[in-house]
Design a protein around this ligand. Structure first.
Ligand SMILES: Cc1ncc(COP(=O)(O)O)c(C=O)c1O
Length: 394
């Protein structure tokens, strides 16, 4: 049976060019980048070359990129790093502050758990956090973010594009407002990288998180952009790697693979966006044609990452649909990977305040390398078959 992988928002297959770069790196570069001898210098040069390549593509200075173990670490480093710096600057633990002077963070209810759970931890440490609600499409307006700001707000964290429904947030507008208040701004750009043009030097953000495995790179590698001059403190201590901002021996092959993946992901972007839009369109129209008003689009109609389609197929519960799709060799998801494992209703759909029936029947399809319109049409047909089978069983 042919398999169809429509779960690229969870992770992506390694691109053969990335694999080749990584294999060569593992074979040729084995030194520790901190060693002063020739092998060490070669390793350091490999890391710096990768950093230069990535910085050129992302529109920032090489020294503004810190390599990490992935999106989760980058998000945590941004949040804890900015929070910790605010704490140190104030000279007092957040618990010692009165309510109106406690360091305060603004984020949204639709963030990835890497941000939300980090914020919950910061609350336990005495920080105050406002979780701004989205509208029914998952969109959070700049006005809503502005109204949540307080004189003691030290950081705003809003994701660029949502991993469950694909809704994009107005980061340029939000960042502009946040900056005009003199507050630091973080964006989780893990799903946006390679899907929309990103030039960091033109974007009003101080921190941005990236992950290699979402762009046909290796798992366990990421990057945090830290704008020059942003007040931030590291949260891993040890060696002097990454200019003392992230201790630990560098994952040289992973970093080299990440740079190759980013180069591929951001080149021919227009063509790629067109191709992804066309696959999404084929699936959506295929579903609409057979299911009519029994299928509903979850997300925004235009502010939308091109690789994600989240729909509610109203007659079939999410788990039943995913199981039947899996039997047919089709891989999709119910939301973020960990949420689908635990069969909970996704916090994103919950925050969007969707009717119960839509939340119980939501499925996320996400597209990428190797997918075609023909596959999308085939998946739409298979879904129609599953729906009629489930309906007759009822
Ligand atoms: C928006 C977003 N942020 C963060 C992450 C975490 O990235 P990683 O898997 O590299 O830790 C993910 C991955 O699912 C994501 O989609």
């Amino acid at each position: 049976m042919e398999r169809i992988y429509f779960d690229h928002a969870a992770t992506t297959p390694l691109h053969p060019d990335v694999q080749a770069v990584m294999a060569a790196s593992m074979h040729d570069v084995f030194g520790n980048a901190s060693s002063v001898h020739a092998y060490g210098r070669e390793a350091k040069s490999a890391v710096n070359q990768a950093r230069d390549r990535m910085a050129a593509r992302l529109g920032c200075r090489p020294q503004e990129l810190v390599f990490t173990s992935g999106g989760t670490e980058s998000d945590n480093a941004a949040l804890f790093g900015a929070a910790w710096a605010a704490w140190l600057q104030s000279g007092q633990s957040p618990h010692q502050h009165q309510h109106n002077t406690k360091p305060h963070i603004v984020t949204t209810q639709v963030e990835h758990h890497a941000v939300l759970h980090a914020c919950e931890r910061l609350e336990a440490l005495g920080f105050e956090v406002t979780y701004v609600a989205p509208d029914e499409t998952g969109f959070v307006s700049a006005d809503k973010i502005e109204s949540a700001l307080r004189p003691n707000t030290c950081l705003v964290s809003v994701m660029y594009g949502n991993n469950e429904v694909g809704t994009m947030q107005p980061i340029r507008e939000i960042g502009g407002i946040v900056r005009s208040h003199g507050i630091l701004m973080h964006t989780d750009a893990v799903q946006a990288l390679g899907m929309i043009p990103i030039q960091l030097n033109e974007l009003p953000v101080d921190f941005a998180s990236f992950s290699a495995h979402k762009v046909n790179g290796p798992k366990g590698v990421g990057a945090l952009y830290i704008r020059t001059g942003a007040v931030w403190d590291p949260f891993l201590f040890g060696g002097n790697q990454e200019r003392k901002r992230r201790a630990g021996t560098e994952n040289i092959a992973g970093i080299a693979g990440f740079a190759e993946a980013v180069e591929r992901a951001v080149s021919s972007l227009d063509e790629k966006i067109q191709q992804l839009n066309s696959i999404r369109e084929a699936l959506w129209t295929g579903l609409k044609d057979t299911l009519g008003d029994r299928v509903v689009w979850n997300g925004h109609s235009s502010l939308q990452l091109p690789h994600i389609l989240n729909v509610s197929i109203l007659d079939v519960p999410t788990e039943t649909m995913l199981m039947n799709l899996d039997i047919a060799g089709i891989m999709a998801a119910s939301g973020s990977a960990c949420t689908s494992g635990s069969l909970e209703v996704s916090h994103v759909l919950e925050a969007m305040n969707l009717p119960e029936e839509r939340k119980r029947t939501a499925v996320r399809f996400s597209f990428g390398l190797g997918n075609t319109r023909e596959e999308a049409a085939f998946v739409a047909q298979q879904i129609a078959t599953i729906v009629s089978r489930v309906r007759t069983r009822k």
